[in-house]
Design a binder for this molecule. Structure first.
Ligand code: B4P
Length: 189
């Protein structure tokens, strides 16, 4: 299966992708994790990305596409993948389609986790306390949610128009949300 996981910051994408990856036996590709690894390694790209991420903005489309292309070329992605955090705007959605056609791995579906803003704030405040991620402070979270509404929400329509979208309620326990995802993915297999 080749799946895009969509949702606002804190909607549960990363959390659920980890479980789904084990069940489907596919690669979990989180562009946020890839960027955080660059930051931790102190690469030139990481230095550039750090400031952008801490401001709650999106890293440039060129950098993200190059990074994704490299990751998809690794052997574990040949048997399918869950893309978590990409695409985040319409340009990335178009670039992804072109890339997947080029490598002969077309997308099967997009899964959207829907959660209201108040709960997103609560979850990210919880993660800020637990993990201390710099971009989880309230001011940056507000900006990330604004960027999501302006740039990423249109991507939902992109997949809906193609008949590839499963829009799911992302509110509930981890198990409840996961069960909805498994049912939606099962229906497309
Ligand atoms: P990401 O790493 O993608 O961060 P995120 O949107 O917060 O999602 P994440 O997957 O980590 O969190 P989740 O909802 O699972 O991006 C970080 C930054 O990287 C971006 O702001 C941007 O700057 C940059 N970036 C990444 N991709 C990019 C791209 N394609 N283009 C440009 N820039 C890019 O979990 C959040 C919290 O909620 C957790 O604590 C979790 O435990 C909790 N939670 C989840 N589900 C729950 C549930 N059902 N009940 C209770 N709590 C729950």
């Amino acid at each position: 299966m080749r799946i895009v996981l969509l949702g606002a910051p804190g909607s549960g994408k990363g959390t659920q992708a980890v479980r789904l990856k084990s069940q489907l036996g596919v690669a979990h590709i989180s562009t946020g994790d890839l960027l955080r690894a660059e930051v931790a390694a102190g690469t030139a790209l990481g230095v550039k990305a750090k400031a952008v991420m801490e401001a709650g903005q999106l890293v440039s489309d060129d950098i993200m596409l190059g990074m994704l292309e490299n990751r998809l070329a690794q052997p574990d992605a040949a048997g399918g993948f869950i893309l978590d955090g990409y695409p985040r705007n319409l340009a990335q959605a178009n670039a992804l389609d072109a890339l997947l056609v080029r490598i002969g791995q077309p997308l099967d579906m997009a899964v959207l986790l829907e959660v209201d803003n108040e709960l997103l704030f609560q979850r990210l405040a919880g993660r800020a306390q637990a993990e201390g991620r710099k971009d989880d402070n309230p001011e940056t979270v507000r900006e990330r949610l604004r960027v999501y509404a302006a740039q990423t929400a249109p991507v939902v329509g992109y997949y809906r128009e193609r008949g590839q979208l499963a829009a799911l309620d992302g509110v509930g326990t981890l198990d409840e949300v996961y069960a909805r995802i498994v049912a939606a993915v099962g229906a497309r297999r």
